[in-house]
Write a protein that binds this ligand. Structure first.
Ligand SMILES: [Cu+2]
Length: 693
């Protein structure tokens, strides 16, 4: 393998990348020739499926009282199998990927789906075995470069080095959307390596053996589509790109996964989880992760957003899926680094969203297209009954970056996968599953249905039903370098940001969250347990960001356009010296309310608002843990630090300082909130937060 270090080819590639920011395709460690996505045959191999749909070959892993998950490197034929036949050893055995070995099942990318039952807590042992047999780092480390100049896990204490990282791989496994104690959240500081190096936050619970951790999931929240993925500080984008992601389906008496029971949702072979990701490949069929930084003098390898030209669903490029002409439940997950998808079917058929990140909607929402951002899940029902013996394409037309970037190429990322609808159902055999197309059909609030969604927000009016005790106005801001973004910041505050003599540095805000340098991090978002807060996120960047909070599901209040340019200009003048200071924190004192009565250290946004606030779309009007926040808009969310089922008002409604979780959310290393464009999250677009009593 050729090392590429300041060779003529390398430099030539570098120039190409600089002039074509949207589609960089160089890896600086190994010389790789990109395999254009349009050259990869589509719909050649079936989509890998789990559970009954696999015909018994790939059963979902039952969580039971406990199971184990081991992260490993292995080879998998992500491209059509035929593509590998002509490749030399060792590439003919498949693409090197990292995946999860769940329970006794073999390692897989994505890892096997875990199926857990509401009310049955589980203990999960996570093991990091991302190493070769002789203990040396895995092969993919040369293909997917960790940048040591960003604030990252840094197991070997080389932060700031311009060399590609070559030490043991840090992993931290987060259950996305999980209502979990922060001891077991798998946050960015809870990483550990195969040889027992660990982040500062790892040490806050009793470790088992070096290179592993035991987490406890109470599974008390509503049944929904969760997923677990890697979250190591500054290495999330590389670890997830390598393959570390899998589904965690939480079931209950209504969403059973068994046909003809509970809500009678399509189940068994008619329930398919699907994680959609974009990837780049080289001519050896290996993953290619462009690593030539836009501002190489600052960050040699980090790029602001990864966009691949090849779509991979459940670990297979542009697969097909054979279906019967009946209803299917698709549990969609956008597991991409940065790419948004706006999905529709090429026959323009209507489909129905039945659930969001945090559980079922009250009633099915008819859609002809569905926007899904990185980290988001959408639970949908698609009825193929009217289309026997036909092929239906699932397409995407979201621009990248979203919403103002390059259009999706209809020949590549404009296509997701193909459904091959078979013969009509045999006479006498009918689809008896719930029909979302019937007027008035509900999923919650009816007889033999789960209770209606507790409405913290009136989604039709786009106003809170619960008076928030605290309003925060917080910014999203890109810090530009000579050739592009240097980093992206939440409230202009770095991950470890703090300011001397700032009133936001208050007792209790100091975090165990550390990196290899054991640097302390201070939280500025310190909500009280049981309290309800309104967060207004002021997007000063040119792109949409999917903002994700750990621990809680929240509700979107509304979104409203504002004069971003004018606000940005006036905001900048408030910094010392009258000019914007990257990473300074907000320009004003965090805890002093502005004219909108909002804390956060930013000037009131109300004078800059223009136009009406838009309430959530019908398919966003449920429990969300990740919400799209558009450029030029203020996105308002209502967040309550209590379980979703707690009443909004009256008897049993949570009060500030009262904990209704089954664990103490104030204990442990704390939580984070961040952008789920993982390339952003890895470079400062993440902040710790810690609930207080
Ligand atoms: Cu972002």
């Amino acid at each position: 393998m050729n090392r590429c270090f300041l060779t003529a080819t390398c430099l030539a590639t570098a120039v190409t990348v600089l002039v074509n920011v949207q589609e960089p395709s160089a890896n600086t460690q190994i010389l790789q020739t990109p395999l254009p996505g349009k050259n990869i045959p589509k719909f050649a191999d079936p989509m890998p499926v789990f559970g009954p749909a696999s015909g018994g070959t790939a059963p979902r892993v039952q969580a039971g009282a406990g199971y184990s998950v081991t992260a490993e490197e292995f080879q998998q034929k992500v491209l059509p199998a035929i593509q590998y036949a002509a490749l030399p050893v060792p590439f003919n055995a498949g693409t090197y990927v990292w995946g999860y070995k769940v329970g006794a099942a073999p390692a897989l990318y994505p890892g096997f789906t875990v199926e857990a039952q509401r009310g049955t807590p589980v203990n999960v042992t996570y093991v990091n075995n991302l190493q070769q047999a002789d203990g040396s780092p895995p092969i993919l480390q040369k293909y997917i470069t960790v940048d040591q100049t960003i604030h990252w896990a840094d197991p070997t204490g080389n932060m700031g080095s311009f060399a590609a990282y070559a030490g043991p791989v840090p992993t931290s496994t987060h259950l996305h959307g999980g209502e979990v104690s922060s001891f077991y959240d798998g946050g960015p500081g809870q990483w550990f390596t195969p040889n027992g190096l660990q982040g500062a936050a790892y040490a806050t619970f009793a470790p088992t053996e070096p290179g592993s951790a035991i987490y406890h999931y109470p599974n008390t929240q509503e049944a929904t589509t969760l997923w677990f993925h890697d979250h190591a500080l500054g290495a999330t984008r590389t670890n997830v790109y390598s393959g570390l992601a899998a589904f965690y389906l939480l079931r209950d008496a209504f969403d059973t996964g068994v046909p003809g029971t509970g809500l009678n949702l399509p189940a068994g072979a008619q329930e398919l989880e699907m994680v959609i990701q974009d990837r780049l490949f080289d001519t050896n069929g290996q993953l290619l992760f462009p690593d030539l930084g836009l501002n190489p003098a600052t960050h040699p390898f980090w790029i602001p957003e990864f966009f691949g030209d090849t779509i991979v669903v459940n670990g297979k490029s542009w697969p097909f899926q054979t279906v019967a002409p009946q209803r299917y439940r698709l549990r969609l997950l956008n597991g991409s680094n940065a790419r948004f998808y706006n999905l529709s079917f090429d026959n323009k058929m209507v489909f129905y969203q039945i659930g969001t990140d945090g559980g079922l909607l009250d009633a099915p929402v008819p859609l002809t297209s569905l926007l899904i951002a990185p980290g988001e899940r959408a639970d949908v029902i698609v009825d193929f009954a009217a289309f026997p013996n036909s092929n239906i394409l699932l397409t995407n037309n979201a621009k990248a970056p979203f919403p103002n970037g390059a259009p999706a190429d209809p020949q590549t990322v404009g296509q997701i996968m193909q459904f091959r609808v078979g013969n009509p159902l045999p006479a006498g055999m009918t689809d008896t599953s719930i029909n979302p197309a019937i007027a008035g059909v509900t999923l919650r609030g009816g007889i033999n249905q789960p209770p209606a969604i507790v409405r913290l927000v009136n989604p039709l009016a786009g106003v809170p039903n619960v008076t928030p005790s605290i309003k925060r106005q917080l910014t999203l801001k890109e810090v530009m370098g000579m050739a592009g973004p240097l980093e992206v910041l939440v409230n202009n505050t770095k991950w470890s940001g703090k300011r001397a003599n700032d009133s936001s540095v208050i007792p209790g805000s100091q975090f165990l969250y550390g990196d290899g340098m054991m640097q302390d991090t201070y939280a500025t978002e310190l909500p009280r347990v049981g309290d309800t807060e309104q967060w207004e996120i002021i997007n000063l960047t040119a792109d949409a960001h999917p903002i994700h909070l750990h621990l809680v599901q929240f509700q979107l209040i509304n979104r409203q356009p504002f004069q971003a340019g004018k606000y940005g200009k006036d905001w900048s003048k408030l910094f010392p010296g009258g000019i914007f200071i990257p990473g300074y924190g907000p320009p004003l004192d965090y805890l002093t309310p502005n004219l909108d009565g909002a804390i956060g250290g930013n000037p009131a946004v109300t004078p800059y608002l223009q136009g009406k606030a838009s309430p959530p779309l019908a398919n966003e009007a449920g429990w969300k843990d990740t919400v799209v926040m558009y450029p030029g808009e203020v996105s308002r969310i209502l967040v309550r630090w209590a379980p979703t089922g707690s009443p909004a008002t009256g008897a049993g409604a949570p009060a500030a300082g009262t904990n209704q979780f089954v664990f103490d959310p104030t204990a442990g290393p704390g939580y984070v909130w961040h952008c789920h464009i993982i390339d952003h999250e890895d470079n400062e677009m993440m902040r710790p937060y810690r609930p207080q009593l």
